[in-house]
Design a protein around this ligand. Structure first.
Ligand code: C2E
Ligand code: MG
Ligand code: MG
Ligand code: MG
Length: 286
C-alpha cells in the first residue's frame, strides 16, 4: 500500500505490521514449548447424517490456549508449526488425543461413529505416518474405520506420488480419507479417481450463499453429483441455516457439519451434548 511506502520507495513497517511480526516471532518460539506445557486442546464438532438426523462423526479442531494471548486460531499458528516442522509432533498429539476421546465416548455407550483429524503436508510426507496412526489405533483399540484423515487438494498436489502412496496404505488398513475444503483447491479432478478417497467436504465458501446464489447452488449440486458418481459420500461444511440444510437435503448431500447443529465444543461440553441427544448410556452414568 502506498501509505506504507517511504519517499524512496522503501517499505516501512506500520505499528500494526511491527506488532504482527513480533507476535509471529513470539508464537514461533512459544510453539516449541506449547505441547510440553499442555497449552493445546481440542474442540470437537459433530457431523450429522442429513437423511436420518443421526450423529455420524466428529471433527477434532486444534486450539492453542496461549498464556499471554489467550485462545489462538489454528489458521494463525498452524502455518507457523508447519514451517518449523513442529506440526508433525503436534499432529500426532492431535490424532492420539482425539482417538482417546472417541474411545472414552464409545466406552460411555456411544454407537460407533468416526473421528476426523486434519493432516498437514509435513505429516503426509513423513515415512512414519502409517506406523504412527497404526500405533494410536492399537493403543486405543479403535477400529481403523473409525479414524478419518482430512487432507486438502493442494496438499495432494505438493508431492502426489508420496502422498498417494501414504494414503493408499492407510486406506488399505481401513482408515477413511476425506478431501477437505473441496472445490477451493487448484487441482485436476483426475486425481480423485486414483486416490483412496471416501468423502468430499464441500467448502464453506460454497455453502454460505446457498440457496440464494445460483452459482454457488450449481457448484454445490455439481460436487454432490460428481462425488456420488465416484462412489463418495459428501459432507457439507459450515452449514448455518435451515435453508442451507433444506437445499442440501433436496440435493441428496449425505452429511452436514456447522453451527446450525453445533459449534466445535470442548470435550466436557460435547459430552453434555451427547448426553442430551441420548447418545450415551445413562444407566452407566448414574
Ligand atoms: P477446516 O478443517 O476446514 O475446519 C472447519 C473450520 O470451519 C473450523 O475452523 C470450524 O470451527 C469452522 N466452522 C465449522 N462450522 C462452521 C459454521 O457453521 N460457520 C463458520 N463460519 N465456521 C464454521 P477452525 O477450528 O478455526 O479451523 C480452521 C482450520 O485450521 C481448519 O479448517 C483446518 O484447516 C485447520 N486445523 C484445525 N485443526 C487442525 C489440526 O489439528 N491440524 C491441522 N493440520 N490443521 C488443523
Ligand atoms: Mg477439516
Ligand atoms: Mg474444511
Ligand atoms: Mg477450511
Amino acid at each position: 500500500q502506498a501509505k506504507q511506502m517511504g519517499r524512496n520507495g522503501y517499505c516501512f513497517f506500520t505499528p500494526e505490521l511491527q506488532g504482527m511480526t513480533a507476535r509471529t516471532l513470539k508464537l514461533e518460539t512459544d510453539i516449541q514449548r506449547a505441547l510440553d506445557h499442555d497449552e493445546f486442546l481440542l474442540h470437537y464438532q459433530p457431523q450429522v447424517c442429513i437423511a436420518t438426523g443421526r450423529l455420524s462423526g466428529f471433527e477434532a479442531l486444534l486450539r492453542w490456549q496461549h498464556p499471554e494471548f489467550g485462545m489462538i486460531s489454528p489458521a494463525e499458528f498452524i502455518p507457523i508449526a508447519e514451517r518449523s516442522g513442529q506440526i508433525v509432533r503436534i499432529g500426532e498429539w492431535v490424532a492420539r488425543t482425539a482417538a482417546i476421546r472417541l474411545r472414552g465416548w464409545l466406552d460411555a455407550g456411544l454407537e460407533p461413529v468416526k473421528m476426523a483429524v486434519n493432516l498437514s503436508v509435513p505429516q503426509l510426507q513423513q515415512a512414519r505416518l502409517f506406523e504412527t496412526m497404526e500405533t494410536i489405533l492399537d493403543e486405543t483399540g479403535l477400529a481403523p474405520e473409525l479414524l478419518e484423515l482430512e487432507v486438502t487438494e493442494s496438499m495432494l498436489m505438493e508431492d502426489p506420488e508420496k502422498s498417494v502412496a501414504a494414503l493408499r496404505r492407510l486406506s488399505q488398513y481401513g482408515v477413511k480419507v476425506a478431501i477437505d475444503d473441496f472445490g477451493t483447491g487448484y487441482s485436476s479432478l483426475a486425481y480423485l479417481k486414483r486416490l483412496p478417497v471416501n468423502y468430499l467436504k464441500i467448502d464453506r465458501e460454497f455453502i454460505r450463499d446457498i440457496p440464494a446464489d445460483p452459482d454457488d447452488a450449481t457448484i454445490a449440486r455439481s460436487i454432490i453429483s460428481l462425488g456420488h458418481s465416484l462412489g463418495l459420500q459428501i459432507i457439507a461444511e459450515g452449514v448455518e441455516t435451515q435453508a442451507q440444510l433444506e437445499f442440501l437435503r433436496v440435493e441428496g448431500c449425505d452429511h452436514m457439519q456447522g453451527f446450525l447443529f453445533s459449534r466445535p465444543l470442548p470435550e466436557a461440553e460435547m459430552f453434555d451434548l451427547l448426553v442430551g441427544m441420548g447418545c450415551l448410556k445413562q444407566d452407566d452414568a448414574g
